[in-house]
Design a protein around this ligand. Structure first.
Ligand code: UT7
Length: 322
C-alpha cells in the first residue's frame, strides 16, 4: 500500500454573463471568423460587479466538496492558484477558507499564471503525502477580464473568467489504485517579456494589463507541453496509448491539437472547453476536468493527464489515476 492524494470530488463555477465573439466584435476591431480560426474560442464568461475571484473559487469549492461528500470544516489545506487575487494581500485562499468554514487550517495562493493549477496540485500533493494535512482543496480561479486591455484586440478576445476545484484526500491505496501518480513542474524566467502584466505593487503601484507576443508563446507552448507530457508518462512507465483522457490548458485549440498530434494522442481523448470558456488561466484545467467528470467521460479508474503552460514561462503536467 502507498499513501497517495486521491481526487474525491471536482467542481466548477462560471460567471452569469456569457459574451459571444459577435458581441465582442461590436466593441473591438475583430470578427467571429478571426477568433474561431486562430483560437477555437466562440464565447467566454465575464464576471459582473458582484463576482470576484474568491466568490467564483468559493462556488467551485462548494461544488467539489459536495461531490466528495465533505464539509468545509473537514478541509485542512486550501491552495488557490490565481493571477487575479481579490486583494494584493491577504491571499484569496483565506477568503475562501472563511467562506467555507475551514478556518484554522493552511490556506495560501500560488502564482504561476496559466500553470497555476498544476503548481497548486503539485504543492498540495506533496503536503498531503508528507502528512501536513489529510484533506485539501486545490482551486484555480481567475477574473482575467479585470486585467485584459480592452483596447488590445490581440489579447482581449482570448481570455475569460471562471473557477475550478478538486478535493484531494490522502489515502492508503494499492500500487495500481487511484491518486496522483506524478507531477512535473518547470519554469524559465528568461521569457518574462513574451507574456506578462505591465504593472504590480512593487514596480508601478498599479495592477497593470496583460501583454503577450502570441506567436512566440504559441511556438514555445507546443514544444514545452509535448516534452512535459511525454516525460510524466515515461516517468511512470506509460505510453501515450495508455492515456484515457488528456485535460489540457485551454488557451488555443491549435496548441492543443498540435501537442496531441506530436504525441500521437487521438483528438477523441482530449477534453476541449476552449470554445465555451476561452482562456481562464489557472481555472482552465480544473474547469475542463470538472466538465468531463460531470458529463461522464472521465470515469473512476481512468488514466488522466493534466497539462498547462503560461507566463514566466511556467509549465507542467500531472498524471492521475481517477
Ligand atoms: O495561456 C497562456 C498561453 N497563451 C497562449 O498559449 C497564446 C498563444 N498564442 C496564440 O494563441 C496565438 O498566437 C494568437 C491566437 C494569440 C494569435 O494567433 P496568430 O495566428 O499567432 O496571429 P498573429 O498574432 O500573428 O496575428 C495575425 C494577424 C495580425 O495582422 P497582420 O499583422 O498579419 O496584418 C494581427 O494584427 O491578425 C491580427 N489580429 C487580429 N485580427 C482580428 C490580432 N488580433 C486580432 C483580432 N481580430 N482579435
Amino acid at each position: 500500500m502507498i499513501r497517495r492524494s486521491v481526487i474525491t470530488g471536482t467542481g466548477s463555477a462560471l460567471p452569469k454573463r456569457v459574451v459571444t465573439n459577435q458581441e465582442l466584435a461590436k466593441q473591438v476591431d475583430t470578427s467571429d471568423e478571426w477568433i474561431v480560426e486562430r483560437s477555437g474560442i466562440r464565447q467566454r464568461y465575464i464576471a459582473g460587479d458582484d463576482e470576484t475571484t474568491s466568490s467564483l473559487a468559493t462556488d467551485a469549492a462548494r461544488a467539489a466538496l459536495a461531490a466528495a461528500g465533505l464539509e468545509g470544516h473537514q478541509i485542512g489545506l486550501i491552495v488557490l492558484a490565481t493571477a487575479t487575487p481579490d486583494q494584493t494581500f491577504p491571499a484569496s485562499a483565506t477568503i475562501v477558507q472563511d467562506a467555507l468554514g475551514a478556518n484554522g487550517g493552511i490556506a495560501f495562493d500560488v502564482a504561476a499564471v496559466c500553470s497555476g493549477f498544476l503548481y497548486a496540485l503539485g504543492v498540495a500533493d506533496s503536503m498531503l503525502r508528507t502528512g501536513m494535512a489529510e484533506r485539501a482543496l486545490v482551486i484555480g480561479a481567475e477574473t482575467m477580464s479585470r486585467i485584459v486591455d480592452w483596447n488590445d484586440r490581440a489579447t482581449c478576445v482570448l481570455f475569460g473568467d471562471g473557477a475550478g476545484a478538486v478535493v484531494l484526500e490522502a489515502r492508503e491505496v494499492a500500487e495500481d489504485g487511484p491518486g496522483l501518480l506524478v507531477t512535473h513542474l518547470h519554469a524559465d524566467g528568461a521569457h518574462n517579456q513574451l507574456l506578462y502584466v505591465d504593472g504590480g505593487p512593487s514596480s508601478t503601484q498599479t495592477v497593470g494589463h496583460i501583454r503577450m507576443k502570441g506567436r512566440e508563446v504559441f511556438r514555445h507552448a507546443v514544444t514545452n507541453l509535448a516534452d512535459v507530457l511525454s516525460n510524466v508518462l515515461a516517468d511512470q512507465g506509460f505510453a501515450p496509448s495508455d492515456v484515457d483522457w488528456v485535460v489540457p490548458h485551454q488557451a488555443n485549440q491549435r496548441i492543443i491539437d498540435a501537442t496531441a498530434k506530436k504525441l500521437d494522442l487521438p483528438a477523441e481523448r482530449v477534453v476541449l472547453t476552449v470554445d465555451r470558456h476561452a482562456n481562464t488561466s489557472a481555472a482552465s484545467v480544473p474547469l475542463a476536468l470538472d466538465t468531463a467528470v460531470r458529463d461522464g467521460r472521465i470515469k473512476p479508474g481512468n488514466l488522466v493527464v493534466l497539462e498547462a503552460m503560461g507566463g514566466g514561462f511556467t509549465w507542467g503536467a500531472s498524471l492521475v489515476r481517477m
